[in-house]
Design a protein around this ligand. Structure first.
Ligand SMILES: N[C@@H](CCC(=O)N[C@@H](CS)C(=O)NCC(=O)O)C(=O)O
Length: 211
């Protein structure tokens, strides 16, 4: 059965389209548009999954939400190209970065993004004392990880797909001063991939691919 991707414009769900293109899996896109003022997803997405967030996919009567879980589901169920590293060490790295993408990398980025319209002394203090040091630490760590590696976990894997969104979002905003040469080099390779470009054409507006 065809996979249906419930895809919100300008969102994390772009990664799932990329993965589907890379794996050459048959899929359909159901498009959802953010509210232009609040940037929230339309209520219709909550009919697919109670949280009403994207990405979410439906396949064979199953609903799968949460980027990392969707990536694992698609790689496990459609083994056309294996995107799971084989060595124990690379497999651990793969799992680490798959979870890190949403678990660690996005947290402080979201605080920064969600509060950027509130120019108050309290927001400035929160940014200076907590969020910016965290972002420096996290993205400095990613930058350092990529210094002698082509991809996040050995060969190209689902971890690279998961990490694309936080890196694109970070490089788009660049709210802290940190070295980015290795992340930029990695992202250039990602953006040159045919599967990434096709997914971009099919997904519609995506402001984070413009570095
Ligand atoms: N950790 C979740 C985050 C899902 C999420 O927050 N998605 C955003 C799009 S980037 C969303 O749906 N926002 C609209 C809303 O919350 O109304 C995942 O990776 O699937």
């Amino acid at each position: 059965m065809t996979v249906i991707v419930h895809h919100l414009n300008n969102s994390r769900s772009q990664r799932i389209l990329w993965l589907l293109e890379y794996l050459e899996i048959d899929y359909e896109i159901k498009h959802y548009q953010r509210d232009p003022i609040t940037q929230q997803a339309p209520l219709s997405l909550a009919q697919v999954h109670p949280l009403g967030k994207s990405p979410v996919i439906t396949h064979d009567g199953i609903v799968v939400a949460e980027t990392g879980a969707i990536i694992e589901y698609l790689i496990d169920n459609f083994r056309k190209v294996d995107l799971t590293p084989k060595t124990k060490e690379n497999n651990l790295q793969y799992k680490y970065w798959l979870h890190f993408a949403e678990g660690s990398a996005m947290t402080d980025l979201l605080v920064s993004l969600f509060t950027r319209g509130f120019k108050t002394p309290e927001r400035d203090a929160l940014m200076d004392r907590v969020v910016k040091p965290h972002l420096k630490n996290i993205f400095g760590f990613i930058e350092n990880h990529l210094k002698d590696k082509e991809w996040f976990a050995g060969d190209f894997s689902g971890a690279d797909i998961a990490m694309s969104f936080p890196i694109e979002a970070f490089l788009t905003g660049k709210i802290v001063d940190v070295e980015t040469a290795n992340m930029e080099k990695w992202l250039k390779k990602v953006h040159a991939m045919k599967s990434y470009q096709t997914a971009l054409e099919k997904g519609g507006p995506y402001i984070y691919a413009k570095q």
